[in-house]
Write a protein that binds this ligand. Sequence first.
Ligand SMILES: C[S@@+](CC[C@H](N)C(=O)[O-])C[C@H]1O[C@@H](n2cnc3c(N)ncnc32)[C@H](O)[C@@H]1O
Length: 258
Amino acid sequence: LLLHEQDEFQIFMKDFFALSGIDLHLYKRPQMERRLTALRNRHGYDNFQSYLSAMRNQPGLYDELLDRMTINVSEFFRNPERWEILSDYLQQSYKGAPLTIWSAACSTGEEPYTIAMMLEQLRISYQITATDIDQKVLNSAKVGTYQQHQTRAVANLYMDKYFRREGDAWRVEDGLKKHIKFEIHNLLGDSYPTGLDLIVCRNVLIYFTDEAKQKVAAGFAQALKPGGLLFVGSTEQFLHSEAFGLYSVAPFLYAKKG
Ligand SMILES: C[S@@+](CC[C@H](N)C(=O)[O-])C[C@H]1O[C@@H](n2cnc3c(N)ncnc32)[C@H](O)[C@@H]1O
């Protein structure tokens, strides 16, 4: 039975790729299979074939799956001490030209807004492209409305400058938003931008297989300018990053040679 179910998941991954262009093989399987089986069961489908057929006619099911493939949670200034190190590093290396920045797998927008507030504070000019594979989180990122508890890591100084009260929630000011472009992008399928000064990509690489992760690392290295920086999550270090021309500045920060 187990063997049969595994084969079935293989077939599902193939058919899902045809439907979505998303290759689930590139994600760590046990975690992915567990999540998707639970979701499937919750809707009362006892095999992946019927679940996928239902998905073809019900966009809601598809959106939900995309939503659950990985966790979407984010925070402003997630791991604050690391943002401080990044901030120091940028301040030291800033040469006066506007920075071109990519916030990849940005979820609901806390990360690109954090980058923007930090750079405003440093008086560094910048342009951010913020991307995710999930259109739903991008829509919410664009609106930029957060509940009180979601903004607790944001210093009062920033709350006053960059947020406006809206009922019992807070909305990011347009002044900050105009530096950020939100776009859909699949890290495991779409081509990468080039000429970047900074890539921030945190808490998504942990879901990828080692092989996929190494490919992403090579892609990031290509996308950066010489001297450009790559900021990753705490448990997302790359093995042999020097092979791609990325050397480690801190455990979560890499710089491209040059
Ligand atoms: C845990 S959130 C990370 C949010 C933010 N970077 C942070 O660290 O707070 C993971 C995000 O990765 C996105 N994601 C998953 N697979 C992706 C892929 N192949 N390409 C781009 N984004 C992806 C999910 O939609 C989700 O929004």
